[in-house]
Write a protein that binds this ligand. Structure first.
Ligand code: CMC
Length: 428
């Protein structure tokens, strides 16, 4: 069996043989298909990149039909069970699980970079009292580029490693400060004795006690949520990270752009939308009526459906289990009963079944975050912290891939043909 694709152009009767590699043809090979020599050549039209591989990647594997998610070959279920976020971040960034010595060194390096420059604090205090924490987060991440001009040296391995450590270390601090700003509390310094997630809880929730002790169940739950959100291959924000990074800008600027992409309600803002939806439905007896509206095209069932997963999102399964543990500590989120009922009805309904719409990672995560004391505006920020690991790994992979260049899609021009400028006094 030849690994080629034969294409006959019926306009010319010519046949072309295109090589197939990894079940893919190279879009540039299509450019040889043309009617006249001076033509541009054939392109593909693929709005929203529904069927275009933009890179070769060794980081995350997803089989959307089977509900499989793996980081560097390790199933997400096993990482959520046995690993912690800081180790998983190492795996995603550097390709292998660390040895004990590597993990210690990595963890210490991250711990030593959690503090923010005083001027970043001042920068954050400049926001209005009701500023959305995600707006504050992405602005502060972008502002970091002005503090670390050495980050422009993107082809220097050592510099890239330093920026990686800084970013992984500082995103929880920025997130916590944004949160404290919105509730009018003073910023809390990092505590080097605590774990990555434990220290984040400290910076968020410490009051007057001399030392904050995170609840072990909540600390672990947050850590597992971080593992689940650490990477998800070429999604909207990761593609933004790669696209912006392909201009060879520094990683802080690229990460600010990726965070902006994550801010949108169809991406990182979906769990906030789930809670709003549950509150709006109001009670279990209103669910059938709500489902009817969704089926009639009036709004979507938020937290359901995924571009890639066409069966249950494996992250949603793990989160659903975590929810029980968290609610034992915090008390049940009153919206949980409604979410469970909504899921039950939707999974039996032909509209959702035939379109392969299952709960995604966001369906239950918001309920957990809310029970842990986070306002909904913090949800995308809680997504951005762990995704920073994925964004940087994907950025680095893009930079070191000889196939990559500055990202520059083509278009099909549908505007006016060439016409002469008309002076202002002559226009009708
Ligand atoms: N509720 C009702 N109908 C839906 C939904 C939904 N949540 N999602 C898709 N559909 C329908 C859609 O109307 C269409 O029906 P038809 O063929 O009759 O026109 C069909 O299913 C296919 O939808 P699509 O819009 O072509 O699918 P997509 O791959 O472009 O969209 C999605 C993926 C995640 C944007 C979408 O499912 C959605 O809007 N879900 C709700 C928002 C959400 O939960 N987002 C979080 C995604 S997971 C976290 C992340 O990766 O950021």
């Amino acid at each position: 069996m030849a690994d080629t694709l034969s294409i006959t152009d019926n306009r010319t009767g010519k046949t072309y043989e295109l090589p197939i590699q990894d079940g893919t043809i190279r879009a540039m090979d299509l450019r040889t298909i043309k009617v006249a020599d001076d033509e541009f050549g054939m392109m593909t039209y693929d709005p929203a990149f529904m069927n275009t591989a933009s890179c070769r990647s060794a980081i995350t594997f997803i089989d959307g039909d089977k509900g499989i998610l793996e980081y560097r070959g390790y199933p997400i279920e096993q990482l959520a069970e046995g690993s912690d976020f800081i180790e998983t971040a190492y795996l995603i960034l550097f390709g292998e699980l660390p040895t004990a010595a590597q993990l210690k060194e990595w963890s210490e390096a991250v711990t030593l970079h959690t503090m923010l420059h005083e001027n970043i604090k001042k920068f954050l205090t400049g926001f209005r009292y009701d500023a959305h924490p995600m707006g504050m987060f992405l602005s502060a991440v972008g502002a970091l580029s002005t503090f670390y001009p050495d980050a422009k040296d993107i082809f220097n391995v050592e510099s890239r490693r330093l920026q990686t450590i800084r970013l992984i270390a500082k995103v929880p601090s920025i997130a916590a400060y944004a949160f404290r700003h919105t509730i009018g509390r003073p910023y809390v310094l990092p505590d080097n004795e605590l774990s990555y997630s434990g220290n984040f809880l400290n910076m968020l929730f410490k009051m007057t006690e001399p030392r904050y002790k995170p609840h072990p169940v909540l600390e672990r739950a947050l850590d597992v949520l971080f593992i689940l959100h650490a990477d998800h291959e070429q999604n909207c924000s990761t593609s933004a990270m790669r696209n912006i990074g392909s201009s060879q800008v520094d990683p802080y600027s690229a990460l600010a752009g990726a965070s902006a992409a994550l801010y949108g309600p169809l991406h990182g803002g979906a769990n906030e939308a789930v809670l709003r939806m549950l509150s709006e439905i109001g009670s279990k007896d209103k669910i059938p009526e709500f489902i009817k509206k969704v089926k009639a095209g009036e709004g979507r069932l938020m937290g359901f459906g995924h571009r890639v997963y066409k069966s249950y999102d494996p992250r949603a399964k793990i989160i659903k289990r975590m929810a029980d543990l968290v609610f034992e500590v915090t008390g049940k989120n009153p919206l949980l009963e409604m979410a469970l009922e909504l899921e039950r009805i939707a999974l039996e309904d032909d509209y959702f079944v035939s379109r392969k719409l299952y709960p995604n990672v966001d369906f239950y995560s918001g309920l957990i975050y809310q029970a842990m004391g986070f306002p909904t505006s913090m949800f995308p920020v809680l997504f951005a912290i762990p995704r920073t690991a994925g964004w940087i790994a994907q950025w680095e992979e893009m930079l070191t891939d000889p196939d990559q260049k500055i990202a520059r899609p083509r278009q099909i021009y549908i505007g006016s043909a060439t016409r002469d400028y008309v002076g202002r006094d002559k226009r009708k």
